[in-house]
Ligand binder design. Structure first.
Ligand code: FE
Ligand code: FE
Ligand code: MG
Length: 166
C-alpha cells in the first residue's frame, strides 16, 4: 500500500489484517457451502432456492475478493490454504449433510446471522481508525443483511406451502 494510505490507519495494522483474514476464511467457507447447497438441495420450491443459493455463492466469492484486496493493500497475505480457512474462520463450515430444502435454508440463515455479527464487530473495532476497511465491512454487511432476509422469506414461503398442502 502507498505510504500515505498506510499512514491514515490509526490502529495496529497486524490486527486489521487478522480480522480481515478471519472474515476472508468465513467467505470462502460460505461460498462453498452455498455452491454445494445449490447442487444438492431437494424438496419443494427447489428451483427458487437454487437461484438464491447460486446468487449468494457469487456474492460470497465477491466478498472474498474485496477482503483479500484490502489484506494485500495493508501488506498482509490472504490465508493460503483451505485448512487455514477452517482454523481462522469465525463461523465455521456447516456441512449440508441433509439436502432437504428446509434444512439447507436453516443452515445458511445461521451462517448469515454469524456473518452479520462478524462484520458488525469489525465495524465497531475498526471504526474511523481505518475508514477504508470500515467501508468495505459496511458494504459486505449490507449484503449479509440482505442475504438473511432473502433466505428467511424463502423459508416463510416454504412453511406456508407445506402448511397448505400438508
Ligand atoms: Fe459474505
Ligand atoms: Fe452472505
Ligand atoms: Mg439474495
Amino acid at each position: 500500500m502507498g505510504t500515505k494510505g498506510r499512514s491514515i490507519v490509526k490502529m495496529d495494522i497486524g490486527r486489521v489484517v487478522e480480522l480481515l483474514n478471519k472474515a476472508f476464511s468465513d467467505e470462502w467457507l460460505a461460498y462453498y457451502q452455498y455452491w454445494l447447497g445449490a447442487k444438492i438441495v431437494s424438496g419443494p420450491m427447489k428451483d427458487a432456492v437454487i437461484g438464491e443459493l447460486m446468487q449468494h455463492a457469487a456474492d460470497e466469492l465477491r466478498h472474498a475478493d474485496m477482503v483479500s484486496t484490502r489484506i494485500i493493500q495493508l501488506g498482509g497475505t490472504p490465508v493460503t490454504t483451505p485448512k487455514g480457512w477452517l482454523e481462522l474462520s469465525n463461523c465455521g463450515y456447516d456441512e449440508p449433510a441433509d439436502p432437504y430444502v428446509q434444512r439447507i435454508l436453516e443452515q445458511n440463515i445461521a451462517g448469515e446471522q454469524c456473518a452479520i455479527g462478524v462484520y458488525q464487530a469489525i465495524i465497531e473495532e475498526v471504526g474511523l481508525k481505518d475508514p477504508v476497511t470500515y467501508n468495505i465491512a459496511l458494504q459486505i454487511l449490507n449484503d449479509e443483511v440482505e442475504h438473511e432476509e432473502d433466505l428467511q422469506s424463502l423459508l416463510e414461503d416454504l412453511s406456508s406451502l407445506i402448511a397448505r398442502h400438508g
